[in-house]
Write a protein that binds this ligand. Structure first.
Ligand code: GDP
Length: 426
């Protein structure tokens, strides 16, 4: 999608996450100079397959797998420094050189062990289905104006004073939540002392870096994590993540203005999945749901949790197109549908007997939404070798045309397998 009119492209998930953004970003990063992560943290798990190697990237942009590309962890990300360096070390062990290719925003907030304790204790009562990695409590501290930022590592004495206060508060909260564990000041101080010498050399005003890259005519790819329906404002609240996953979050979280963004690509699976709790109107509760899970390998990349599976939900994607301002769609995992004789597509909802074409705000309404299905013929043939639309079986093309029509956004890519080359540019 990069070209004369598009130098700054945002890639977002347009369902409930796990749409295959990692693969799309990997493919697009080949033509990008800079790849930027702008929200979320180590709860994301982007899977990229190169040859026989599988890379699971949590906090480092997928662009790191292309030697000519630089990567930025933007201010909107909450950074877990321990897992960040574990991830870097894993990349080094696989022969990926990262020196000089990754920068971290001095404004990004730090996820610390106490955030994880709070997350796990909170989940016992709130049951959102979080990954327990401290992301939510870190964003709570950020908006509560008591977070610790990467740049604070420059002043360890001051940071230690702040930590004393934070840990007192965290331990009081843990007690209130009935948790037995407590956060230790020594453990936190030792952690910060250990990571500072490694993290500070990578730390800078990354908004400035992105701005300069755009002004110099470089190609910038912004990589979203999770999906539109998990956005804290637009998602199925309260079963959402704690950040703005939608394209508006890209400007805020990368530290540039929205006018710098040229296009937004929404990634959707050819069907629908969701992990964790909350409504999923087109969930297939029969053996076909289990079949989708098996064929699509629908288990969380980070947590191993089984994903709930169902049919393409056009109400969701139309809504995601609106709140993201999508310029194009990338449909992934078309090959997973290869063996189905018939494929239902949810075109709209009925709620309490009334037709509903717009995605409702409240989960109680959504729980009562009954999808209106149109059944399309399957193709019963393998699509993994298709490299152009013309290579696809006719029924698969009809299926894609219908998705495009229902979503109201042109399809720009179709992915037909995990490998880099298994993609059709439309
Ligand atoms: P992300 O978080 O959006 O990047 O998604 P995940 O990485 O969690 O999930 C995508 C999974 O689907 C990964 O295991 C990918 O290798 C795989 N994948 C991506 N595109 C395709 C595709 O077109 N077909 C198949 N079969 N698998 C795909």
């Amino acid at each position: 999608m990069f070209g004369p009119d598009c130098a700054c492209l945002v890639v977002v998930g347009a369902q409930w996450g796990d749409e295959g953004k990692g693969k799309l970003v990997d493919v697009l990063a080949e033509s990008a100079d800079l790849v930027v992560r702008y929200q979320g943290g180590a709860n994301a798990g982007h899977t990229v397959v190169i040859g026989d190697e599988q890379f699971i990237l949590q906090q480092i942009p997928s662009g790191i797998l292309h030697p000519g590309t630089s990567c930025v962890v933007g201010n909107g990300v909450v950074l877990d420094p321990q897992t960040f360096f574990e991830e870097l070390d894993r990349l080094h062990a696989k022969g990926i050189a990262t020196d000089g290719r990754i920068l971290v925003s001095d404004r990004a907030h730090l996820v610390l062990p106490y955030h994880k304790l709070l997350d796990q204790a909170g989940e016992k009562s709130q049951k959102i289905g979080t990954t327990g990695r401290g992301i939510g409590p870190t964003y709570e501290d950020k908006y509560g104006r008591r977070g610790l930022r990467v740049g604070d590592l420059r002043n360890q004495d001051q940071t230690r004073k702040l930590l004393v206060e934070r840990l007192e508060r965290a331990n009081a909260l843990l007690e209130m939540l009935g948790a037995t564990e407590r956060a230790s000041l020594d453990q936190h101080t030792a952690l910060l002392q250990r990571i500072a010498p490694r993290l500070l050399p990578l730390t800078t005003d990354t908004g400035l870096v992105v701005d300069r890259a755009i002004k110099a005519g470089q190609r910038v790819l912004m990589e979203g994590a999770q999906g539109a329906l998990l956005d804290v404002d637009h998602g199925t609240y309260p079963f959402v993540t704690s950040s703005n996953t939608t394209a508006g979050g890209a400007a805020v979280g990368a530290g540039i203005g929205p006018t710098a963004i040229d296009a937004v690509l929404g990634v959707v699976k050819a069907y629908t999945t969701r992990v964790g709790n909350g409504p999923l109107p087109t969930e297939a509760r029969d053996e076909r749901g289990a079949e989708l899970r098996r064929l699509g390998g629908e288990f969380g990349a980070v947590t191993g949790r089984a994903r709930r599976c169902g049919w393409f939900d056009a109400t969701v994607v139309r809504y995601a197109a609106r709140v993201n301002g999508l310029s194009g769609l990338a449909v992934t995992k078309l090959d997973v549908l290869d063996s189905f004789a018939e494929i239902p597509v949810g075109t709209a909802y009925q709620i309490d007997g009334d037709p509903c074409e717009e995605f409702p705000a409240g989960v109680e309404l959504l729980e009562r939404a009954r999808p209106v299905y149109q059944s399309l013929a399957g193709w019963k043939r393998s699509t993994g070798e298709a490299r152009t639309l013309a290579d696809l079986p006719r029924e698969a093309r009809v299926y894609l045309d219908r998705l495009e029509q229902l979503a109201g956004v042109p399809i720009r890519y179709v992915s037909v397998g995990t490998r880099r080359d298994q993609i059709i540019a439309v």
